[in-house]
Design a protein around this ligand. Structure first.
Ligand SMILES: Cc1cc2nc3c(=O)[nH]c(=O)nc-3n(C[C@H](O)[C@H](O)[C@H](O)COP(=O)(O)OP(=O)(O)OC[C@H]3O[C@@H](n4cnc5c(N)ncnc54)[C@H](O)[C@@H]3O)c2cc1C
Length: 498
């Protein structure tokens, strides 16, 4: 096991993509085996040493950034197993530091698909599972959760937990976790308010019929150290093409998104319109991208980014369905980007990925954290929620952009403050947006998690009682309370470390 105490090395582990600047740690511990993790955590529990788990450090909520104690980096857990093929796809075992891009490429080489596609592909699978990450194709394939078949986790007691999907189901509200030590963890599932949205990355998962495995997905490193994950692979589609449709008005883009959502759900089907992903960019997003993408049409006030899968036989037909649909929408061909080859599709993916990167660059230059929302609301509430965003933002005079997963009624509002006063103003507006989302049955975080920077918003959803429930469940797994302190809920709900 490597232990690094050089401040210059530690500094590299004190940042993720959140812009959080209060990171502090005494050392970085880099184990190579599960036994080393177990031994270190057990000893750390005895001496009440805070441990923060570090994956790819691409998180946007400072979950992997410690405020004190030691960093446990999983970087040497980077082995990917062989694919086990099955008639309906396959599965693969991955150590937690395997990067998402590595897994996706390996699956594709075997003509299989790993469904989740968070925009940032250098994140690790351990981080993706800990945050229940999701991406554009969540519209068709769901979040990371739906693709996890099993997990191995080392607890802060040093014990090992191995759990497969279907092995332990919630009974009478009790969750049971068998440990290799022979002991079982039994705890009542967290009693948290029921949401009206499926996509949620805020707090612990909890439903009456839940699989115990699902408690561990999206736990933000608060329950244990994930070392290995068994993931489901699906048959890869024979082909896929991407479209970017630019609209002369934002209203037209929003209306079109609603139609595509309806069609995909089979409510008001439009022939051939059932994409794998449906994303939105407003005019401010397009303006930020124009310096790097000069062919963005000047008349475009908003855009939808779409990926459509097809079989070999249906490719021509799938294409003509989309062009017919665009004709019906009165969108001329010069307002459509179309990508059929992998190279062209990569260009569109780069276009999408460039947006959060440009935003992060601005944030770094200005040295003010962006104020970025991550809320999803039920479909019936989406038009009203969008109106709330538009009115609040336009009246504020602040610099902002809106983009994201319109297919799941999950948009990111990013405000880019230039001064402390603007930051405070944006935070107050965010609180209002979060209140509105919660009142509408939505979540304050559909994909990024709560980490250390969104406690206030999460409290609107679950109240102090919810924090206490989450702390109660954490105590069952991490009795010394050393792991990822201050993630999801303020640490005073746990009491002092020493
Ligand atoms: C440009 C950009 C685009 C992004 N796009 C998306 C997107 O589309 N969708 C999305 O969901 N996210 C997105 N993200 C956020 C980020 O990529 C995800 O949250 C990702 O899951 C983090 O993985 P990581 O390995 O970097 O984790 P880290 O940032 O290192 O950690 C995240 C959390 O997971 C915990 N953790 C990490 N590894 C383990 C482990 N082995 N065991 C237990 N806990 C662990 C950490 O302690 C921390 O709490 C984006 C980020 C950037 C910078």
């Amino acid at each position: 096991m490597l232990i690094k105490t050089d401040p210059a090395i530690i500094a590299g582990y004190l940042e993720d993509a959140s812009g959080y600047t209060e990171g502090c740690a005494t050392q970085v511990v880099i184990p190579e085996t599960e036994a080393e993790i177990a031994e270190y955590l057990n000893a750390a529990s005895q001496r009440r040493e805070a441990i923060t788990i570090s994956g790819g450090r691409t998180g946007v909520t400072a979950g992997c950034v410690p405020q004190n104690g030691s960093i446990l980096s999983l970087e040497r857990f980077d082995q990917l197993g062989n694919i086990e093929k099955t008639p309906d796809g396959g599965s693969i075992l991955a150590q937690s530091a395997v990067r998402l891009d590595t897994l996706k490429a390996t699956a594709l080489a075997a003509r299989l698909l790993y469904g989740p596609d968070p925009t940032e592909r250098t994140g690790t699978l351990g981080g993706n599972v800990a945050t229940n990450a999701s991406g554009g194709q969540c519209f068709k394939y769901g979040t990371t959760r739906e693709h996890v078949l099993g997990l191995t986790m080392i607890l802060s007691t040093g014990e090992k937990l191995r759990l497969e999907r279907g092995q332990s189901l919630c009974k009478n509200n009790i969750l049971r976790f068998p440990l290799d030590s022979g002991r079982n963890i039994e705890c009542q599932r967290p009693q948290l308010p029921t949401l009206k949205v499926d996509k949620n990355a805020a707090g612990y998962y909890s439903t009456p019929e839940m699989d115990a495995l699902d408690l561990l997905i999206g736990m933000d490193g608060t329950l244990g150290v994930i070392t290995e994950i068994k993931l489901k692979l699906l048959p890869a589609p024979a082909g896929i093409f991407s479209l970017v449709i630019f609209f002369p008005t934002q209203a037209a883009a929003l209306e079109c998104a609603g139609q595509i959502r309806n069609s995909s759900q089979g409510n008001q089907p439009i022939a051939g319109i059932a994409p794998a992903s449906l994303e939105f960019m407003d005019i401010h997003s397009l303006n930020l991208l124009k310096p790097n993408f000069s062919t963005i049409p000047a008349v475009g006030q908003a855009a939808l980014l779409i990926e459509q899968e097809h079989t070999l036989e249906s490719e021509g037909q799938a294409l003509s369905h989309w062009f017919d649909y665009c004709t019906d929408l009165n969108v001329p061909e010069n307002l459509i980007w179309f990508a059929q080859t992998e190279k062209d599709r990569e260009r569109i993916r780069a276009f999408r990925h460039a947006l959060p990167e440009v935003v992060n660059t601005i944030v770094r230059q200005r040295k003010f954290r962006k104020v970025g929302t991550d809320m999803a609301v039920p479909e019936s509430e989406f038009p009203g929620m969008f109106e709330v965003y538009a009115q609040g933002l336009n009246a504020s005079g602040l610099e902002y952009l809106i983009f994201g997963h319109i297919g799941e009624c999950h948009l990111h509002v990013n405000v880019l403050p230039k001064t402390q006063a603007e930051f405070d103003q944006a935070k107050a507006m965010y609180l209002n947006f979060a209140q509105q989302a919660v009142q509408r049955g939505g979540t304050v975080s559909a994909e990024h998690g709560i980490g250390k920077i969104k406690h206030d918003f999460f409290q609107l959803m679950v109240g102090a009682h919810g924090f206490q429930e989450i702390a109660r469940v954490k105590r069952c797994f991490d009795p010394a309370l050393i792991l990822n302190r201050n993630n999801i809920f303020p640490e005073h709900f746990l009491g002092a470390l020493i």
